[in-house]
Write a protein that binds this ligand. Structure first.
Ligand code: SAM
Length: 293
């Protein structure tokens, strides 16, 4: 029998081969509506009525529910909360940005993770939020203005570089680099008939090439002793552990892999993954490295 490579059947073959017996339940969980964490804006006095449901280990006051009303401006003039997938908070926990540090978010739009960094950095040091897309950069500015007073944006800069070429302009400059890379986003592909009709395995392979170029660039721009967090919302291992495997082959000796546990998810060979079949969150992958030289 010929193995179909493209479209919905190709997708099914590719991911069932990758996840084996886990795939049918994982696929079912990817089709369920997404849950959200509402992270409270420290610049709004809004509080959830009663005892908020929260997850141990998430270092931001928050509430969890199947759905929330759209965020609203409160009398202070800022939105009350920011909605995200709990798994999307993990890369910022891993990055651990601190006031006074130089931090860059290489693929920052629409800006959720940059906002979490900005809150933690408390207007001290430098946070560069970069994105190549002009339309998406406008969303970063919008989120900053909706959630932060202008006087608390003095350490923020929005830039428009190609993350994979950044190393041509700056080297050994940042304490922390977040690379939340563009990826296959299979959860979206699976629910969009047009997207899945166009799916082919070459797509994840091509995306992985550009993700590696961005990670190699990140390794150049972070200072020795500084950390890089690489993350994706991809399921494909080509875009997750395989990127770290390639880094080991091509840049081994220049960094050390950092390992830690997070409140949700499971360890992988090089990093950490949150899958919705056993957590209800994600999919999300992250890995951390510390530059040596
Ligand atoms: C997964 S999204 C980032 C989500 C974001 N970190 C957040 O939490 O809101 C990936 C982003 O990378 C941007 N991007 C794609 N290629 C890029 C490149 N070569 N350099 C910089 N940004 C790029 C896209 O425009 C997109 O906004």
């Amino acid at each position: 029998m010929v193995n179909v490579l493209k479209g919905p059947e190709g997708f099914e073959n590719f991911y069932s081969e990758m996840f084996k017996a886990r795939w049918p339940i994982l696929k079912e969980s990817l089709l369920l509506p997404k849950k959200h964490v509402a992270i409270l804006n420290p610049f709004s006095k809004f509080k959830f009525p009663g005892d908020p449901i929260s997850m141990t280990g998430i270092p931001y006051p928050h509430h969890i529910a199947d759905s929330f009303p759209h965020p609203e401006k409160t009398e202070e003039g800022y939105f009350n909360y920011y909605l995200m997938d709990a798994a999307s908070i993990l890369p910022v926990m891993a990055l651990d940005p601190q006031p006074g540090q130089r931090v860059v978010d290489l693929c920052a739009a629409p800006g959720g993770k940059s906002l979490l960094c900005a809150w933690k950095m408390d207007n001290q040091g430098l946070l560069v939020s970069n994105d190549r897309s002009a339309a998406r950069r406008a969303r970063i500015h919008k989120i900053f203005d909706e959630y932060l007073p202008k006087t608390s944006q003095k350490n923020l800069k929005v830039t428009a570089h190609d993350a994979s070429k950044w190393c041509l302009y700056e080297k050994n400059v940042y304490d922390k680099v977040l690379l939340d890379a563009p990826c296959s986003s299979e959860r979206h592909v699976l629910i969009d008939p047009k997207e899945i009709a166009l799916w082919a395995p070459g797509r994840t392979k091509a995306i992985a090439v550009s993700q590696f170029a961005m990670l190699a660039s990140a390794l150049d721009i972070v200072k020795p002793g500084g950390t890089i967090v690489y993350s994706t919302c991809a399921l494909s291992e080509l875009e997750n552990d395989d990127i770290l495997r390639k880094l080991q082959q091509k840049r081994g000796g220049r960094y050390e892999l950092l390992r830690r546990e997070f409140p949700i998810g499971e360890p992988t060979e090089f990093g950490w993954q949150v899958l919705p079949d056993n957590t209800g969150w994600g999919p999300f992958y992250l890995a951390m490295v510390k530059k040596i030289k």
